[in-house]
Design a binder for this molecule. Structure first.
Ligand SMILES: O=C(CO)COP(=O)(O)O
Length: 120
């Protein structure tokens, strides 16, 4: 199973903490992690193996959206910062739209991600 992890800057610490909290599940279920660039670097520093795409503002969200459209990504954990402004808002909207188009589970905060990860 492939899970995409993406976090805006204000949420990267929460993403790493989430991965640490569920490390055992990720390993036991043989989850492949993919990510936008900087989120992936943070996860790697914490010891996770991640396939990194471009950084979000440079097209990383769009690359992950394409994988969702192609049926390659099974779940998306996208910890958005609702208080921040993002120059690539159209790409963010596209990713969320394509999750809905293809009925791919999308968690936009840690509480929902926890419910999803406990379901696999
Ligand atoms: O901007 C992002 C999501 O929209 C995240 O990108 P980074 O992981 O490269 O910071």
């Amino acid at each position: 199973m492939e899970i995409a992890i993406i976090a805006h800057d204000g949420k990267k610490t929460e993403m790493v903490q989430f991965l640490m909290d569920f490390k055992a599940v990720l390993q036991a279920k043989k989850i492949t992690l993919i990510s936008t660039g900087t989120t992936g670097k943070n996860a790697e520093k914490a010891g996770f193996k991640v396939e990194k795409f471009l950084s979000g503002p440079f097209g990383g969200d769009a690359q992950i959206a394409a994988r969702v459209a192609e049926g390659k990504t099974d779940m998306v954990f996208f910890f958005r910062d609702p208080l921040g402004m993002h120059p690539h808002e159209p790409d963010i909207a596209m990713l969320m739209r394509l999750c809905d188009v293809h009925d791919v589970p999308l968690a936009t905060n840690p509480a929902t991600a926890e419910l999803l990860i406990k379901s696999i």
